[in-house]
Design a binder for this molecule. Structure first.
Ligand code: AMP
Ligand code: MG
Length: 341
């Protein structure tokens, strides 16, 4: 049975202790973070970790990120960071940032999917922070969604996928950022973005002077990749989807209009609502506000999918700043059905 906890307006300390106990006992708990909801388990308990893979239907060669609440825990679970890694930690933790580091033996092999590295994140969301602190153990937590589906950014979207499979679901309202953390690994002294997020390449460059972006971010990955998650179908609605982008606004509008078929829903900019001739149009945000789009996109994909359209067309954004992360997710959501002119 799944117990529901409402922490939207405040954290109930007694209930928080109850949920932390579930985690210590090896049970699964869904909790909010500033990026997306996570389905968490005690990262030091391989049986509990295995239950995460089962609940999500996740491939077991796709490693999990370990969430911590303080830097003492970091010392216990990974080798001493290099100077550059430490600079990144100081700059971006806590926050929507995951750093891949060599793991210590206490991290079970199923957390890291057999790799000798593990992804570490320190959420800044208050509920996530207090829960991990109260659990007194690091928490392995991938996004709370069935594998291949859009990540969960509010409880009503993911309830049906996990009801009865987890011991607790904490409702903290809609997550602030709406897309997952930036995943970085320092390779040959260069911070390499394996998955883009709210922390942008410019943010990283400003702190350490160099940055590179893994070539698979906008491409289909085959064979060996640095971040195993790149290989999988991801963030996808059930309907057929198309992503459309042009640097020229009018060209983009024309491209969308040209591709509309019967029973098509368009997800696009509020500024284009009257210029795009779809029977149904959903706004993902303003052309000038990518934070709004990242906040809305996953829940919107789910909402539109529930209408069972034959076709979904999504307006893309410029691959700059947070736009890189938005386009990385949308290209995968649409299974690489992408037109750029
Ligand atoms: P999620 O489980 O949805 O939060 O996604 C976690 C992402 O981080 C996936 O794309 C994983 O492949 C990636 N990841 C986690 N651990 C590692 C690691 N040790 N090395 C490379 N990528 C990792
Ligand atoms: Mg995920």
């Amino acid at each position: 049975m799944t117990k529901y906890y409402d922490f939207k307006t405040e954290i109930n300390q007694k209930e928080l202790q109850e949920v932390a106990t579930f985690l210590r006992e090896g049970k699964l708990v869904i909790f909010p973070t500033e990026t997306v909801y996570g389905v968490g388990a005690n990262a030091l308990n391989p049986k509990a970790v295995d239950d995460i893979f089962k609940a999500k239907g996740r491939a077991n060669d796709n490693p999990l990120i370990v969430h911590i609440a303080d830097f003492d825990t970091l010392k216990d679970i990974v080798e001493t960071p290099t100077e550059m890694e430490q600079t990144l930690i100081d700059a971006f933790m806590p926050g929507p940032f995951t750093l891949i580091l060599p793991k210590k033996d206490c991290i079970p092999d199923n957390v890291s999917a057999g790799l000798n590295t593990v992804g570490i994140r320190m959420p800044e969301d208050k509920i996530a922070h207090e829960l991990i602190k109260a659990a007194h153990t690091p928490i392995a937590a991938p996004s709370a969604n069935l594998s291949s589906r859009p990540s969960g950014t509010k409880v009503s979207d993911i309830k049906d996928e996990f009801d009865g499979k987890v011991s607790a679901i904490i409702d903290g309202g809609e997550t602030k950022i709406g897309i997952e953390s930036t995943v970085v690994k320092v390779i040959d002294q260069v911070p390499t973005i394996l998955r883009p997020g709210k922390i942008t390449p410019e943010d990283i460059k400003e702190v350490v002077g160099v940055v590179q972006i893994d070539e698979h971010i906008f491409k289909k990955a085959t064979g060996a990749v640095e971040s195993p998650g790149m290989k999988y179908k991801h963030y996808a609605p059930n309907a057929e989807c198309l992503l459309v982008y042009s640097d020229d606004e009018q060209t983009q509008i024309d491209l969308v209009n040209k591709n509309i078929k019967d029973n098509t829903i368009v997800i696009g900019f509020k500024e284009h609502q009257d210029k795009i001739h779809a029977s149904e149009f959903y706004v993902h945000g303003s052309i000038h506000n990518y934070d709004e789009i990242s906040h809305n996109i996953f829940t919107l994909l789910r909402e539109v999918d529930r209408k069972k359209p034959d076709f979904i067309i999504i307006e893309g954004v410029k691959k700059e700043g947070l736009g890189i992360a938005i386009m990385n997710r949308l290209i995968r959501s649409t299974s690489y059905h992408y037109i750029e002119k």
